[in-house]
Design a protein around this ligand. Structure first.
Ligand code: OOG
Ligand code: MG
Length: 265
């Protein structure tokens, strides 16, 4: 009998990190890995980014809305790590060449004034929030055709790629049911509500603290937490102006510069 295949987690981390750096797609994994192994790959690939001088700025949550779960066929919440290299200034132009096959989704961002860790209640989470903002996340799976299993997307830093944060607003503004509209070139493409995010985006913050603790991490004061897409993500080609307007919180936008299409599209 042949020995079971052992998975080289460091090799996977390196492969996914390189795919991200070069904006080139890689095939899905040939050997299945567990969720715990996937978070280990994610941590190792982020360690490579930190070693290159990138700084951790927070956490993103994924699959916190039914719309996102249905779009990708995955129904477990996940998290990914955010670094300063992923931050795009509001209104800035971003080259298409940075991405494999970018998609954009409307989100809400939290800014933490205090650390949060483990099992906390929504009131504790609320008390730690120093600001809330409309935010756009650009996700970009490093897997060919944007197809992956749950462990595969976790290993790929939950498709984290870039984010644009709008003006920080008063944390006392209730996020339970704020209307939102995602426009591309002035045309409404997704309309929804922050209620789509676990009923209330604060629950995403509660879940982030719990999930991170299960993987030996915590949320720190100064961290940004992206609550997760409120609607399905919209694919971008390049050459589009993207804007999110969120009731009470205002707007945030960016421009994706046109660029040559990539070989896998
Ligand atoms: C995974 C990331 C999911 C969200 O907001 O739900 C996510 C993906 O869809 O590629 O960012
Ligand atoms: Mg997202």
């Amino acid at each position: 009998m042949s020995a079971p295949a052992t998975v080289d987690l460091e090799e996977l981390a390196t492969r996914l990190d390189e795919a991200q750096r070069r904006a080139t797609a890689v095939p899905q994994l040939t050997v299945p890995i567990s969720v715990d192994q996937a978070y280990e790959v994610q941590a190792r690939s982020l360690a490579r980014r930190y070693a290159r001088g990138e700084r951790r700025i927070g956490i993103k949550m994924g699959f916190t809305s039914r719309a996102k779960m249905a779009q990708m066929g995955i129904s477990d919440m996940i998290f990914g790590r955010l670094t300063d290299r992923m931050l795009i200034e509001p209104g800035a132009s971003v080259p298409r060449s940075r991405f494999v096959h970018p998609r954009v989704e409307p989100e809400v961002a939290f800014l933490l004034g205090r650390p949060l860790s483990g099992h906390i209640d929504p009131m504790t989470a609320q008390a730690a929030v120093a600001g809330v903002a409309p935010a756009l996340e650009i996700i970009d799976s490093r897997y060919q055709d944007f197809k992956f299993s749950l462990p595969e997307v976790i290993a790929d830093n939950s498709s984290s790629s870039a984010l644009v944060i709008g003006p920080w607003a008063d944390p006392a503004i209730s996020l339970d049911n704020l209307g939102l509209q995602l426009e591309i070139d002035g045309v409404a493409r997704q309309v929804g509500s922050t209620a789509a995010i676990l009923g209330h985006p604060l629950f995403s913050l509660v879940a982030a603290a719990r999930l991170l603790a299960a993987h030996g991490e915590q949320l720190d004061a100064g961290d940004i937490v992206m609550a997760g897409g409120a609607t399905p993500a919209e694919a971008l080609r390049g050459g589009e102006f993207v804007q999110l307007t969120l009731q009470k919180l205002g707007s945030v936008s960016f421009y994706l510069l046109a660029g040559a299409m990539r070989a896998d599209e």
